[in-house]
Design a protein around this ligand. Structure first.
Ligand code: SAH
Length: 235
């Protein structure tokens, strides 16, 4: 367990907005827009049917609940209590009985239940954590040998600054100001290095591109701003 690997201000940002998590026109609109894309991509690579899945930094549960419609069991974990409560309530109202939630750090769960999940997802979370490499290691420890681990985050370069902060927070107002800090953004090469050090082999990297004209996201080969990475633990 690394109790210091959390930024309380980051958790507060998400807790303050938690009640709007499932409103597709709220601050969480981008997550609603990308959810079907990432769900299909994860399912295509890891085949969720029959699998035990962990979603690290699950927030209000958009991806965890969607995956639970296909997987046998999904556990969502986060350290912000309000988003977790919203996730639990939504699952109850939606009759999603294969998803459950727990307030626990990935590092602590890895010590408690190593190698227990077929699939681990950790989306849009690493860029909010002081030591993201430790979370990558925890995800690697939590997945079974041969299992899949998925990450998504934001690249660190001038274009990412322009699109993810100036564009999304200031011009288009897709996200509240202060959602992201440039210094916490992660280059694909850095993420790849943390994955390899944790014993994960990179299988696929995809860009997540936003077109402000059509107001749509799509998966592409362009990883300059938002991107996703799929890895597998050695069997
Ligand atoms: N993964 C979800 C939510 C992304 S928002 C999705 O893509 O739909 C980022 C989430 O990371 C928030 O819910 C926030 O509370 C969580 N988070 C930030 N730091 C964390 C930490 N150290 N441990 C666990 N969760 C954290």
């Amino acid at each position: 367990m690394t109790p210091s690997n959390v930024d309380p201000q980051e958790l507060a940002k998400f807790s303050d907005l938690a009640h709007r998590w499932w409103d597709a026109d709220s601050e969480f609109k981008p997550l609603h827009m990308i959810n079907p894309l990432r769900l299909e991509w994860i399912d295509r690579l890891a085949t969720l049917a029959g699998k035990r899945v962990l979603d690290v930094g699950c927030g209000g549960g958009l991806l965890a609940e969607a995956m639970s419609r296909r997987a046998v069991e999904v556990l969502g974990i986060d350290l912000a209590s309000k988003p977790l409560k919203v996730a639990m309530l939504h699952a109850m109202e939606a009759g999603a009985d294969r998803v459950s939630y727990r307030e626990v750090a990935a590092e602590a769960l890895a010590a408690e239940a190593p190698a227990s999940f077929d699939v681990v997802t950790c989306m849009e979370m690493l860029e909010h954590v002081p030591q993201p490499a430790a979370v990558v290691q925890a995800c690697a420890d939590l997945v079974k040998p041969g299992g899949w681990v998925f990450f998504s985050t934001i690249n660190r370069n001038a274009q990412a600054f322009l699109y993810a902060i100036v564009g999304a927070e200031h011009l288009l107002r897709l996200l509240p100001k202060g959602t992201h800090e440039y210094d916490r953004f992660i280059r694909p090469s850095e993420l790849a290095q943390w994955c390899r050090a944790a014993g994960l082999a990179l299988q696929e990297t995809r860009g997540l591109e936003y077109n402000p004209l059509t107001q749509r996201y799509r998966l592409s080969g362009n990883t300059r701003v938002n991107y996703l990475v799929a890895c597998q633990r050695a069997a």
